[in-house]
Design a protein around this ligand. Structure first.
Ligand code: GDP
Ligand code: MN
Length: 388
């Protein structure tokens, strides 16, 4: 789960990192009021989950109310590479003597946290890695020991931080490491980590990704996800505890179990189809659950046909069939469904479906058969759609 800059900075502040005071706002008037409270000069910053905001014109300094008004008006609603700006962060502007870079992330191949530091900040770190790799310090940390002040100071020195700010850089690295570890982050990055003319070290930007699977341990972080920019159906699904992912094709994919759903995507693609979304309905077979899942899949109006793929293990196919029949008694699907039932009690399940003779529901036995059928039905639907 990626955080907006200001949310990252709020986490930073909680762990003792130096950041500028600021306010998050959503309208021009709020921006002006916030700037007047904070005191000029301020910086007006687009809050979107993508970097390079400065280059795109989403970060602007303002010396007075008129400039805040102008920048806020321009930046709100701006589209930064597909991310529409709905929130601004207004903070007191800092004077900059140097721009450094610092991050802590999980190095999956080494199975260790990795601290990266460079005095070449403010630019993309990939660029530094390519053009001047000698200016990048990379140090693994023993997760049981944590980052020591000694190691942090060594990183600052090895990276060539000015001598008089090495203590400040070490503080920043220690704070960043604490954010990474205590908040269950997979990435905590500061670019730029600035040195002010007064020789203070401060985080001017924040990029934090939290591990969604560890979120249950952090009640206070649970409402940080960027709900506004989330697909509304994905949001509904996550509120109902279901795994739903929006894609851009026209075939809805529904299955019980993440692995099965993933392979269903592949089989449908192989049959020449293009998935519109996928939903893992989990192990449930009761009508209410199935109804919920079907409603979510159909909420996307690009869906022209749905493949409901069930492999019965502990979940019995006859129970799923009964659940489906009950669910379809309540919602009449507007597009064809292909239901593949295989595994425990599949014969009974298919028989139940056949006897129920639901309109728009086709039974299939194998995944390939189901995929071919659903691709053909989706194509038929889109031809019909073209004529009407
Ligand atoms: P990004 O472009 O999305 O990485 O956004 P940043 O928050 O990193 O801001 C981009 C650039 O704007 C920074 O590298 C700074 O050079 C500049 N900037 C941001 N805040 C301030 C500030 O308070 N004072 C000054 N002078 N420049 C700033
Ligand atoms: Mn930045």
């Amino acid at each position: 789960m990626d955080l907006l800059e200001y949310q990252g900075k709020q986490l930073f502040a909680r762990h003792g990192l130096e950041v500028s005071a600021g306010e998050a706002v959503e309208t021009v008037e709020e921006a002006v009021a916030a700037a007047n409270r904070i005191g000029y000069p301020v910086v007006v910053k687009a809050q979107v989950l993508i970097g390079g905001r400065g280059k795109a014109g989403g970060v602007k300094l303002a010396d007075n109310e008129a400039q805040v008004r102008e920048h806020a008006t321009n930046i709100l609603g701006m589209d930064i590479r597909g991310h529409v700006v709905r929130t601004l962060w207004i903070e007191h502007a800092s004077d900059i003597a140097s721009e450094y870079y610092a991050s802590v992330l999980l190095d999956r191949s080494a199975k260790l946290p990795l601290v990266i530091f460079s005095v070449e900040g403010g630019v993309e770190i990939e660029q530094v890695a390519e053009e001047s790799p000698e200016k990048l310090v990379r140090q693994h940390v023993d997760p049981l020991e944590g980052l020591s002040r000694e190691q942090a100071l060594r990183i600052a020195a090895d990276g060539g931080a000015d001598e008089d700010v090495r203590e400040g850089v070490a503080d920043a690295l220690l704070g960043l490491y604490e954010v990474w570890s205590a908040e269950d982050a997979t990435l905590a990055e500061i670019n730029p980590l600035i040195v002010t003319p007064e020789r203070k070290v401060k985080a001017l930007d924040a990029k934090v990704s939290l591990d969604g699977n560890a979120l249950y341990r952090h009640a206070e972080n649970q409402d940080l996800s960027d709900k506004e920019n989330q697909d509304p159906i994905e949001r509904r699904a996550s509120e109902q505890g279901l795994q739903y992912v929006a894609l851009d094709g026209d075939i809805g994919i529904l299955g019980n179990g993440a692995g099965l759903v993933m392979s269903t995507l592949d089989v449908v693609a192989q049959a020449g189809g293009s998935p519109a979304n996928f939903l893992d309905a989990g192990g449930g077979s009761d009508a209410a659950k199935i109804k919920q899942a079907v409603e979510l899949i159909l909420a996307n109006d690009r869906v022209r046909a749905v493949l409901f793929n069930i492999f019965g293990g502990i979940t019995r196919c006859d129970e799923v069939a009964n659940g489906l029949i009950a669910a379809f008694g309540e919602i009449k699907p507007r597009v064809p469904f292909v239901v593949r039932l295989d595994g425990t009690n599949d014969v009974q399940g298919r028989e139940l479906l056949q006897n129920a003779a639901l309109a728009n529901v086709h039974a299939a036995r194998t995944m390939n058969e189901a995929a071919e059928k659903v691709v053909a039905l989706a194509a038929e639907q889109s031809n019909n759609g073209g004529q009407s």
